[in-house]
Design a protein around this ligand. Structure first.
Ligand code: S3P
Length: 444
């Protein structure tokens, strides 16, 4: 794992932003491509892979478990999988900052009879793992972790003969759902996973592409996913589209910096990830989606974004799953909108890389914007001129760092972010890409 230095940065108002923003590959799909490739028999070729701290942590863990991963060129990787036979790793697996990598791997290891210790950085060690580990015990896995939340380091003992069972996922988490589906690959018979709020479906789509017998049935509320095990996955080719969660930063920057116009080619448009675009359009954003097409089994398109006077709206709680990672930057957009934006049902933000709900409110307030937390809602009162001038505590959270740098590009006075080292976990090229669009970012 990389030790990422703390690097304060300051963003200041400058001229209009313009140009083409080639954002990196999708983090969720990149993680899954490596994990399924490592689990499968034979070779998986990946193009467009996100090469970031989180993905490297997962790659390191997969190597320790016996998979062969080779970088062939920028974003081009070859994986030779273990054909379902993970090797007992020599020591603990360190997942750095990555909730997705660690939680999906807990599922992938739960039906293999080896003992694996999971650890990570201070942020990951404070995040609840019980939400994944507890349901895995129904398949016969056991775990040891700290306290009722099962904080890392945790040791997972995979089950020897896992039975297929019915599992309900009570929270709107794609990580939990995905972990259960990966565990079901090693169970004997048909596992059924139900979830009331449909969440991102990359695991389901990719499992199908790797040869699993998986079916999704809509229910009156939510959906049921059934998977027949045991499954031997077969390696295949994976094309990773560009990440809408990373695109969100230049996109919002262009909306709030007067005169801007930017172009974002090849962005993933999966409807379970598209909540931010839907919300910004409701707020009056000038975003056009061009040349919709299918790539690697996912819909993608090119986005043209122009500076817009936004207005406040109410964002319904049933949209959280489709934009769970985009609330920090949406809150920044809302600070520049006319009127009030109320974002409902944000309880899950409290267990992200930081307590994001608190970090967003604190960052806005530190810069003279008006934000209050009411229960699980965030209310932002827009202003014609956002004062800025504050320093934002990132709490080891990449999306907090990038969101407030975006804010500084349009606020009256510069915004300082105390630590930008973590940006490399998801978007290592962020600073260079933003500078290429004309953003003024400088060491603080
Ligand atoms: C992810 C799911 C989401 C999201 C995370 C990536 C995934 O987490 O916040 O960044 O790839 O499955 P939850 O499943 O905890 O909501």
């Amino acid at each position: 794992m990389h030790v990422l230095p703390s690097r304060p940065l300051r963003a200041r108002r400058g001229p209009a932003l313009g140009g083409i923003a080639q954002v990196p590959g999708d983090k969720s799909i990149s993680q899954r491509a490596l994990i399924l490739g490592a689990l499968a028999a034979g070779e998986t070729r990946i193009s467009g892979l996100l090469e970031s701290g989180d993905v490297e942590s997962t790659a390191g863990a997969l190597r320790a478990l016996g998979a062969e991963l080779t970088r062939l060129g920028p974003g081009a990787w070859q994986v030779r999988g273990v054909a379902g036979q993970w090797r007992q790793p020599a020591g603990p697996l360190d997942f750095g900052n990555s909730g997705t990598g660690s939680r999906l791997m807990m599922g992938a290891l739960a039906t293999t009879p080896i003992a694996v210790t999971f650890t990570g950085d201070a942020s990951l060690r404070s995040r609840p793992m019980a939400r994944v580990l507890e349901p895995l015990t129904a398949l016969g896995a056991r775990y040891e972790g700290e306290g009722p939340k099962a904080l890392m380091p945790v040791t997972l003992h995979g089950a020897k003969d896992a039975p297929a069972i019915d599992l309900h996922v009570p929270i709107a988490s794609a990580q939990v759902k995905s972990a259960l589906l990966l565990a079901a690959l090693g169970a004997d018979g048909t596992t059924r996973v139900t979830q009331e709020t449909p969440t991102r479906d990359h695991t389901e789509k990719m499992l199908k592409a790797f040869g699993a017998d998986i079916r999704v049935t809509p229910l009156a509320r939510g959906e049921e996913i059934s998977l027949r095990g045991p499954v031997r996955l077969t390696g295949c080719a994976v094309e990773v589209p560009r990440d809408p969660s990373s695109a969100a930063f230049p996109l919002v920057a262009a909306l709030i910096v007067p005169g801007s116009e930017i172009f974002l080619p090849g962005i993933l448009l999966n409807e379970r990830r598209a909540g931010l675009i839907e919300t910004l359009l409701e707020m009056g954003a000038d975003i056009t989606v061009e040349d919709k097409r299918v790539s690697g089994g996912e819909e993608i398109g090119d986005l043209k974004v122009r500076h817009s006077q936004l207005h406040g709206i109410e964002v319904p709680a049933d949209r959280t799953a489709a934009m769970i990672d985009e609330y920090p930057v949406l809150a920044v957009a809302a600070a520049f909108a006319r009127g009030t934006t109320r974002m409902r049902g944000l309880d899950e933000l409290r267990v992200k890389e930081s307590d994001r709900l608190a970090a967003i409110a604190a960052g806005l307030t530190a810069n003279g914007a008006h934000a209050v937390i009411a229960g699980d809602d965030l209310i932002v009162e827009g202003m014609a001129k956002v004062p800025g001038g504050g320093t934002v505590a990132t709490h080891m959270d990449h999306r907090i760092a990038m969101s407030f740098l975006v804010m500084g590009l349009a606020s009256e006075r510069p915004v300082t972010v105390d630590d930008t080292g973590m940006i490399a976990t998801s978007f290592p090229d962020f600073e260079r890409l933003m500078a290429g669009l004309g953003a003024s970012l400088e060491a603080a």
